[in-house]
Design a protein around this ligand. Sequence first.
Ligand code: NAD
Length: 271
Amino acid sequence: MSERKREAKGMSLKNKVALVTGSTSGIGLGIAEKLAESGFHIMLHGFANEDAVTKLKGEFANKYGVKVGFNSSNLIEVPQIYKLVEHCHSELNGLDVLVNNAGMQFTAPIEDFPNEKWDDIIALNLSAAFHATKASIAGMKSAGWGRIINIASTHGLVASVHKAAYVAAKHGLIGLTKVTALELAESGITCNAVCPGWVRTPLVEKQIADLAVKNNISNEAATISLLEAKQPTKRFTEVSHLGDLVSFLVTDAASNMTGTELKMDGAWTAQ
Ligand code: NAD
């Protein structure tokens, strides 16, 4: 289809705006980079110091030539989520792709699991995606096009011990993905979940360090043990590969792909 026709149908990827929550590090940053490479204007979001934000914004603008905004809303606080979506409209003039990625982890047996950690993980890993989706739908509907991508996890499909809040939130996020896809099925808006296995980011570095201390082994040995326990390929999923997967989901080729959960987990959940 010609670019003009795509433009007329609102399908051109040019001048579209993507918000990637939690894009100051790890998977979110990798996804934001790939979307910027595809020409999306980007609202970066997350926690970072001022120097890091200035550097990141400069890198995006110089490397990809797109408009870049930044927002540091704490997504555990509901009103801030609505302000974040408003910020996309006021600074970048829209919101076409929403990637609900920000997340946190905490591990402990249920009997010892701190109540406030449960509340925070459910709020960030699940409820924030609901509120961001709710706030984004009207704009996407009026554009007749939109993409909502929820970064879930293998832990949205299977469980592990000591991750009650995380596993509950990620299973919930996959449920939310399906409802969103059904409700928006005829609107030109798709909603899918991405389920990574182990990805080497700060969130996993902490789990490796904890494992090393617990078993009195080196970080290297803990890394091997972590991979061997779950991920048959025995290698991490790459952040850039997750970015490529999300970049595919925003294309026209994926326009009838909705309500799915896409695994990139080195056969973790094939067992
Ligand atoms: P990360 O710790 O590198 O990044 C988390 C991002 O979320 C950061 O930008 C951080 O600033 C932001 N964030 C944290 N708390 C926040 C809050 N209260 N409000 C707003 N932003 C907040 O983590 P990551 O590994 O890149 O994880 C990204 C997503 O991928 C998470 O949802 C995680 O559950 C999921 N995931 C990660 C892995 C993995 O192995 N790393 C595997 C499967 C799924």
